[in-house]
Design a protein around this ligand. Sequence first.
Ligand SMILES: *[C@@H]1O[C@H](CO)[C@@H](O)[C@H](O)[C@H]1NC(C)=O
Ligand SMILES: *[C@@H]1O[C@H](CO)[C@@H](O)[C@H](O)[C@H]1NC(C)=O
Length: 344
Amino acid sequence: MMYLGQGIKACLLLLLPSSIPVLALSTPTTVFTLPGPIAPASWFESLAVRPNGLILATRGDAPEIWQIDPATGEGVLLVSVTGAFNLTGIAQVTMASHHQQRPHAQTAGETYVFGSAHIPSPNQVEPGSAKVWTLQFPASTTTTNNNKNTPNDTPPIVSLLTALPTAGFINGIASWGANRILLSDTLAAAIYLMDVRTGAYTTPLTNLTGVNGIQTAPGYVYRADHAASALSRIPVDSDAVATGPAEVLASEQPVDDFALVVDGDGSGAGRAYVAALYENRVVEVVFGPAGSPGTGTKRVVVEDVSGTGTGFVSVAVLGRRAEDAGLLYVAVGQGGGSAGRCEG
Ligand SMILES: *[C@@H]1O[C@H](CO)[C@@H](O)[C@H](O)[C@H]1NC(C)=O
Ligand SMILES: *[C@@H]1O[C@H](CO)[C@@H](O)[C@H](O)[C@H]1NC(C)=O
């Protein structure tokens, strides 16, 4: 979420080759830059990687979702959302299917949830403007050969899931089991649990000042706190209600959104890749099993992401396929009006 920031300019999407297993600093590569003039400010708010490797990017300065092919660097305007002003978080949802999988179906359809708000100017959110939407790719458009931004694709379907007139600012979104998502509300300092079939929701987590990006792993909600510059995790039950105190994994660390990798052994140990706001860096946080004393270990994995010495890193996501599992994609806005590497 960038609306609390200032001086956001332009937009880059960067690919950090092999940044994950490598101990040295990684050099980012520009994948895609939004076309058009750098001013007025344009920015990507959130990213989601599709199973086919394409990246969905929500724009904070327009009601648009772009689809970017990191293999070619091509990006296309995938959908313009009628009835929205500024898009926020996006995440894929696990849909429980009532149908038997067809024997020859290569890939099921995909459903994503994204948020919107009306942000007339930085730091100003129109009260009552929060909405939650679905973006659905029918199964027929997601065959395994569909690895291109081909114009003949059946366009995905955008639907309003629900308006949330009593919410503040829907920021981060994370999957929470079949048909359910968690939504962070930065202004209400809360996390909602929503059924994506009905839009009905509960508010299992409150008093979360500064809540921004959220991620989930079995038994835990991980959350950024941009107000306290901290990353923490909260042990929760199946309805995302806290079952114990939060554990701080990183402190004194500017953080917006982050990517999460949790070890497969169920211990709770893992790593986060933090989009470090105006530090213009990506910081890795390695943390221990549940209940480990102290915070995790921080390490800068990419310095000067924008390449211009100034910029704002808002989100980091990891590739999902075997061939891009070691890739981290981040979005960065240029600060200070510098055109820098925006030639894309
Ligand atoms: C929000 O979106 C509108 C267009 O829908 C745009 O004019 C405005 O600048 C955006 N706000 C920010 C902070 O980018
Ligand atoms: C809210 O959180 C603060 C700091 O994390 C804590 O001191 C306070 O007791 C909490 N309030 C409630 C009502 O839980």
